[in-house]
Design a protein around this ligand. Sequence first.
Ligand SMILES: Nc1ncnc2c1ncn2[C@@H]1O[C@H](COP(=O)(O)OP(=O)(O)OP(=O)(O)O)[C@@H](O)[C@H]1O
Ligand SMILES: [Mg+2]
Length: 236
Amino acid sequence: MSTPFLNADSMTGGYGAADILHACSLSVDKGEIAVIVGPNGAGKSTAMKAVFGMLDLRAGKVTLGGEDITGLSPQQRVHLGMGFVPQTHNIFTTMTVRENLEMGAFIRTDDFRETMDQVFELFPILHDKRNQAAGELSGGQRQQVAVGRALMTKPTVLMLDEPTAGVSPIVMDELFDRIIEVARTGISILMVEQNARQALEIADKGYVLVQGRNRYTDTGAALLADPDVRKSFLGG
Ligand SMILES: Nc1ncnc2c1ncn2[C@@H]1O[C@H](COP(=O)(O)OP(=O)(O)OP(=O)(O)O)[C@@H](O)[C@H]1O
Ligand SMILES: [Mg+2]
């Protein structure tokens, strides 16, 4: 079996005091959608930060395309093709939508207009609102700005921490459809979701994290069908 495109193996670490992650492993292959679910405080966001290089790991290893990136900074990881949309503070509220997307392209030295057009194609509302301050947008529209901003670097891996937080069920479905579209272009998606059932429905692979540990790992369909997972984590 070959190593998955993005592979986080046995990550252990935290914010200085006690460890939050305990041998936590996550992986996603090209064009796949991997979904992380679990209770509040389980360490889902911490695991995402660790994969993105925002946490000092005491143990464990992260590889991208077979290359060991464990020691690299988030900036270096962006250069290697990782895009990350954090759970909070993921847009510049006083800047316009267009400026947010331009900020997303900060590492690019080439012409990024084509990518911006692709983002506008994916999220047409952002084109309509391109000259409006991002802070004036609705929750769902802001999340589109955040995802669009991350896409501006043309990532090979897109990491999303609760992209549907605070949006209505309809907007959630639409966002998931867009995420599937992005994955179909070959981009790997690693995302945390509070809407566990719906997210696992679109997941090639799912992880249930509890107290910083992998509790269940399987295909999205298998987790949805597992009575124990359903009872404990999906509301029956
Ligand atoms: N910056 C920080 N400094 C210290 N401890 C933190 C920090 N961020 C998170 N923690 C702690 O790490 C643990 C895991 O938090 P984390 O945010 O990773 O959980 P989560 O699974 O993403 O939760 P939620 O579903 O609420 O987003 C919690 O106990 C939290 O208090
Ligand atoms: Mg979180």
